[in-house]
Design a protein around this ligand. Structure first.
Ligand code: GLC
Length: 541
């Protein structure tokens, strides 16, 4: 059964270069995409039912957020069994059907692998906790209290409070960079390494085309568990992310040995053409570049953009530096399931829509594999919530609104629950307007979904956009970026004024503009004039 699924799955794909070169990905936040059973939670069969839409949109690969058995303290990022499907999201059979139906349409499927931590309910942790002298104990990070009984060091959890919880039975603390219910694995233990090799193999046997690697920068920790240097004060009631950022994460994140693990994973995945795409939060471009250097991860996400508001100069500087550090190693993203949606973040309303598309258009021309997050193609702003569900907000007395705004259901149409579910969605939010839904936008040629679709089409029609060597064109304004690659030129004018840029040679014709109906003339000689907050793509023979 499995062998045939995987054979069928890979049939018909061109294997001459890695499939992700030139591809565009699409992140599916499984809980909120499509619910086929009416229990209010998105599921695998729901995704299968929407594959035609994704093919129509023109994406090439799907990244599915965790759908494994999990008590759900962090909505699936607390995995209790890595090789199974949670009944909340369907069955293994549903997964096999999804993969084969996706492959039949030429869509690749990537799953989310969560190696930094397991669920507190994983049998490994249950045994580790129960049997202090047993072989499973060392799969996790345990440490004795300080002499006054406090946590072993000053590390903080991303989600608030110390990164250590006391296990009363043994008198030792366990480490968790996220919730206490997400104990961190000990990646210096060879058994942990072997187990994950097998988990990767298991999913590849089922036909998956790659892995999104959760918290790839976090796996290995300092052997001596030294304190992190503090760089800013931490005050009560602070947003947990700000408290986390008040420390330099010298000893708990981005340890050099992480890269060795991904070299090993590459040996497992490369022979089967499975992509390794990391969530890497490394402080400097040269550190990022190490993860995607030869033989480790294939790419890492450009997460920095998701932390910025509308700050064109900073964004373009980061884009350039990051691109130059790893030209084909960055997966360009403007949003994901952890951040406020770009339309909201970049100014809201028309401005937010205009700016998001301008930046995404530039991202499509940077090499690497860009990803859209579900609903980004509809230019959705954050959903309006009636209640909070994210542990980051629920467990911090409202110090932050958390990550729920981007996780509200995908709006398919104007029926009840926007066609997401026949029941009550797991997350309580205001319905979307008809013009914000897939059906509403498909019927309106001026709607954002058609702009994104044409952008993907232009990228497909012009492989130079991601393949030809990239040359930056110097511009006088730091809020404007321009580049040439082969028969393509791109000018991203993120400033508030119309701007002219010299492309260095004549003969360019417009192929795409991020702004609906914006006027830009065929360039006079070698100069193109671009409206404010607009990116254009030009081609020539
Ligand atoms: C990653 C995921 C996030 C999750 C965290 C802990 O950052 O994207 O959703 O909460 O890891 O697994």
């Amino acid at each position: 059964m499995r062998a045939s699924t995987s054979e069928q799955a890979t049939a018909g794909f061109d294997r001459t270069e890695p499939w992700w070169r030139g591809a565009v990905g699409y992140e599916i936040y499984v809980r909120s995409f499509a619910d086929s059973t009416g229990d209010g939670v998105g599921d695998l069969a729901g995704i299968t039912g929407r594959l035609d839409y994704l093919s129509w949109l023109g994406v090439d690969a799907l990244w599915l957020t965790p759908f494994y058995p999990s008590p759900g303290h962090d909505h699936g990022y607390d995995v209790s069994d890595y090789c199974a499907v949670s009944s909340r999201h369907g069955t293994l059979h549903d997964f096999d059907v999804l993969v084969s139906e996706a492959h039949r349409r030429g869509l690749r499927v990537m799953v989310d692998i969560v190696p930094n931590h397991t669920s507190i309910e994983h049998e490994w942790f249950a045994r580790a906790r129960r049997d202090q002298g047993g072989p499973d104990r060392d799969r996790y990070l345990w440490a004795d209290p300080t002499p006054d009984g406090g946590p072993p060091n000053n590390w903080l959890s991303h989600f608030g409070g110390p990164a250590w919880t006391l296990d009363e039975a043994s008198g030792q603390y366990w480490c968790h960079l996220f919730l206490p219910e997400q104990p961190d694995l000990n990646w210096r233990n060879p058994t942990v390494r072997d187990d994950f090799d097998s988990i990767l193999e298991w999913w590849m046997d089922r036909g998956v085309d790659g892995f999104r690697v959760d918290v790839a920068h976090g796996l290995v920790k300092d052997t001596q568990l030294r304190d992190n240097p503090q760089i800013a004060p931490v005050v009560p009631g602070m947003d947990p992310f700000d408290a986390f950022n008040a420390f330099e994460h010298r000893h708990d994140m981005d340890q050099s040995e992480n890269v060795e693990i991904f070299r090993r994973w590459n040996q497992v995945c490369a022979p089967r053409q499975a992509m390794l795409l990391g969530e890497v939060n490394a402080p400097w471009p040269n550190r990022m570049a190490r993860y995607v250097g030869a033989g480790a991860l294939d790419q890492a996400f450009f997460l920095q953009s998701a932390f910025l508001g509308w700050d064109p100069e900073t964004l373009l500087t980061m884009v350039r530096v990051m691109h130059d550090a790893a030209p084909h190693g960055i997966s360009w993203v403007l949003s994901n399931h952890d951040r406020s949606r770009p339309v909201t973040r970049l100014g809201g309303g028309e401005a937010g829509v205009r700016r998001s598309l301008a930046v995404s258009t530039l991202f499509m021309a940077l090499g690497g594999t860009p990803f859209l997050f579900q609903g980004e193609e509809l230019a959705l702003a954050d959903g309006v919530l009636r209640d909070y569900h994210d542990p980051v907000s629920v467990r911090n007395d409202g110090a932050t609104s958390g990550r729920d705004g981007c996780r509200t259901p995908m709006p398919w149409d104007s029926s009840a629950q926007n066609g997401f579910s026949a029941g009550d969605p797991w997350i309580d939010s205001e319905p979307r307007l008809p013009e914000q839904t897939v059906a509403g936008q498909q019927a309106d040629p001026d709607a954002p979904v058609h702009r994104y679709r044409s952008l993907l089409d232009v990228r497909r029609q012009h492989p130079d956009m991601w393949r030809a060597p990239l040359e930056w064109i110097e511009t006088a304004n730091p809020q404007v970026a321009a580049l040439r690659r082969g028969t393509i030129a791109v000018v991203a004018n993120l400033s508030e004024r119309r701007t002219s840029v010299r492309l260095g040679s004549p003969g360019w014709e417009p192929a795409f503009t991020s702004q609906q109906g914006s006027r830009f003339d065929t360039p006079a000689h070698d100069t193109v004039s671009v409206p404010p907050e607009t990116t254009i793509v030009l081609t020539r023979e």
